[in-house]
Design a protein around this ligand. Structure first.
Ligand code: ATP
Length: 368
């Protein structure tokens, strides 16, 4: 059953629509994420869900009950929604235990103490309840903030860029921990971030946002492997679009080889016969282009990024087009070298060719 539903919500600041007919639904116990570039409206959606912004159209339902619609906005404190912010927002004059107990003011003393102990243990700070926030590291402070938000057992937890003040390594570790903690409590949650690694580490489902709209709401796997439009393909992971031509038997020819899909190519109504030399763009990820000394197909190394286990090569083809190739790092080639490559594509993702109207999804071909 959906715990949270947004149905065609709109929000405008001084006539400027920053959220546009946005819909999503989140099952009880699952973790969703709004991921997108700065200014796309993620935080505004979160503020609407929390009740800090009234919607100008559409509805928000929590546990089946309408909490927001035009002209009606249930107060934030009556929504049973917990929030975690990027700056932790802990009370500096209260101890860690007092911070966590803040939302439990109406509970008895013993019940409050037991709940605080339970939360301290859950976030791995069992012995640190008497410390003050300034005596703790950034990561510890964020765990306190999470414990404080979870203490009243909210039906929905909202996390707004919760890791952005932390260094990269800690961010990655804490994002896994936070997921485990949220899952251990069975809480439904929504995370807002512009960092896809964070989104992948925490969320079950992710909505890619662009200019106030969700472009695709899907699992991390599908966003990477089955992007529904160019924006999603560009935003998630790395890759290039290489011009291609559909061959008669459903194969797609690109400069460095021929791709084959297990399913027929599907066109949109404006292109009703892909079998006849349709031109399109093929999405090639760095792992689709394999280094192979024996291959007659060559690419010139124009850039290389050493990543420890792998090197990400940018290779220029004879036409001048570039592809990316992820290669084990013991294959160390110099800039200017021409190295052998071949395609190793598991499934084919294509979009209508640039000259025919870049940006419009026309065709996606995937294995059955
Ligand atoms: N209170 C406000 N008044 C007017 N415009 C606002 C207000 N808050 C946000 N905006 C505008 O609404 C748009 C969406 O902002 P929002 O903060 O939701 O984006 P975001 O995706 O969360 O961005 P970021 O990742 O940078 O936080 C932006 O263009 C922003 O300038």
């Amino acid at each position: 059953m959906s715990l949270l539903q947004l149905v065609d919500i709109d929000l405008a600041y001084a006539g400027n629509r920053v959220v546009k007919s946005l819909s999503l639904s989140l099952e009880k116990g699952s973790i969703g994420c709004l991921l997108g570039p700065s200014g796309c409206g993620k935080t505004t959606v979160l503020r609407c869900i929390a009740g800090f912004e009234p919607v100008s159209a559409g509805e928000i339902l929590l546990d089946g009950a309408v909490v927001s619609r035009k002209g009606y906005n249930l107060a934030p404190e009556r929504r049973r929604v917990g929030m975690v912010f990027q700056d932790y927002a802990l009370f500096p004059h209260l101890t860690v235990a007092e911070n966590i107990a803040f939302g439990l003011r109406d509970r008895g003393r013993d019940e409050k103490r037991d709940r605080v102990d339970e939360l301290l243990a859950l976030v791995g700070l069992g012995t640190q309840g008497n410390k003050y926030p300034h005596e703790m590291s950034g990561g510890q402070q964020q765990r306190v903030a999470l414990a404080r938000a979870l203490a009243p057992a909210p039906s929905l937890l909202l996390l707004d860029e919760p890791f952005s003040n932390l260094d990269v390594e800690l961010r990655e570790r804490l994002s896994h921990e936070v997921r485990d903690i949220i899952k251990a409590t069975g809480t439904t949650a929504i995370l807002v971030t512009h960092d896809q690694h964070e989104a992948f580490a925490v969320a079950d489902e992710i909505g890619i946002m662009h200019e106030g709209r969700i472009q695709q709401w899907d699992t991390p796997y599908n966003l990477y492997h089955r992007p529904q439009n160019r924006f999603v393909a560009d935003f998630i992971g790395q890759g290039v679009f290489l011009p291609g031509m559909v061959l008669n038997d459903g194969r797609v020819q690109v400069e460095i080889g021929t791709l084959r899909s297990d399913v027929p190519i599907e066109c949109t109504t404006s292109c009703d016969n892909c079998e006849r030399n349709c031109s399109l763009d093929v999405l090639l990820r760095p792992d689709d282009v394999v280094h192979d000394d024996a291959s007659p197909m060559r690419g010139e190394v124009v850039h290389k990024a050493f990543r420890g286990a792998d090197i990400l090569y940018t290779l220029k083809l004879a036409s001048g087009a570039k592809v990316l190739s992820l290669v084990p790092s013991h294959h160390n080639h110099a800039i200017g070298e021409r190295i052998g490559i071949r395609l190793d594509v598991d499934h084919v993702v294509t979009f209508r060719g640039s000259e025919a109207g870049a940006g419009t999804l026309q065709l996606v071909q995937l294995p059955g």
